[in-house]
Design a protein around this ligand. Sequence first.
Ligand code: APR
Length: 309
Amino acid sequence: MVNKITVVGAGNVGATTAQRVAEKELAKHVVLVDIMEGVPQGKGLDQWESAPIEGFDSRIMGTNGYDESANSDIVVVTAGIARKPGMSRDDLLNTNAGIVKQVSESIKATSPNAILIMVSNPLDVMSYVAKEVTGFPRERVLGMAGVLDTARYRSFIAEALDVSVRDIQAMVLGGHGDTMVPLISYTSVSGIPVTQLMSKERLDAIVERTRGGGAEIVKYLKTGSAYYAPSSAAVQMCEAIVRDQKRILPCAAWLEGEYGMSGLFLGVPCKLGRAGLEGILEVTLTDEERQALEKSAEAVREPMSAVKL
Ligand code: APR
């Protein structure tokens, strides 16, 4: 375990993330930070009171400032507003950019060596804001998107084939939006190419459902967006880092020439270990997948150029 993990934003995603981090005992101290007076304190205390039952010794607490979060090893940023029905992730752009800017300045001042895991949407652009404002190297700024999109894709395939989710290997790349790129050529069921087990039509429908996976939940919830699977995804990234697992997970990473692209965050296969981003794997893509990835990059570049830093 590491000494401290801070979660900024004590809303649905943030609070659930903090609870999962503590239950896995990934850090000695778990700090929830939010601007809402009393909310992080109340949630943090409530979570700490679950420790005797769940049997974890991570000390969770909530606060409105950054003093208690000082020198965090990892900071998960979930601060911002969530989507309402009819809103795209890009509709959140300017509001969340302002919030992420302020949060990033505070993290830079109090936890200069932290690894950042960005969750606030639009994810790829918010990761860029955080990297620009903190000046942290790309090894220490990662965006959570691909793990979530891949989990959705895997869950739909497992359901369609009536097999264990554990046996579905897959990777969803690209931006965290409607242009995300589920890699069918790398999707397998215990090593068996999924195309041998499912018709193209069925698979295409699953790919479409994956692309709209976030919106499907927003439509049900009406007043907010998904948080159980998003928090699981952020915590899987934390765990890979804390336990130095060298896991290969699809994350938004700052590209410096990989896949022929530079100067943007995009979902690619990353190696995560104690240093954060320890490598980007460049896999062979079909022409169709490469075109889809480039289209996805364009969809990230557009809001990126519109954001004011
Ligand atoms: N500093 C700290 N916390 C902030 C700030 C700030 N400057 N501004 C807003 N917050 C807090 C809010 O007070 C709220 O408690 O961020 C929290 C967001 O929580 P929710 O509204 O419940 O949103 P949530 O569902 O958790 O989603 C958070 O993650 O998945 C993304 O699109 C989603 O951008 C959204 C983010």
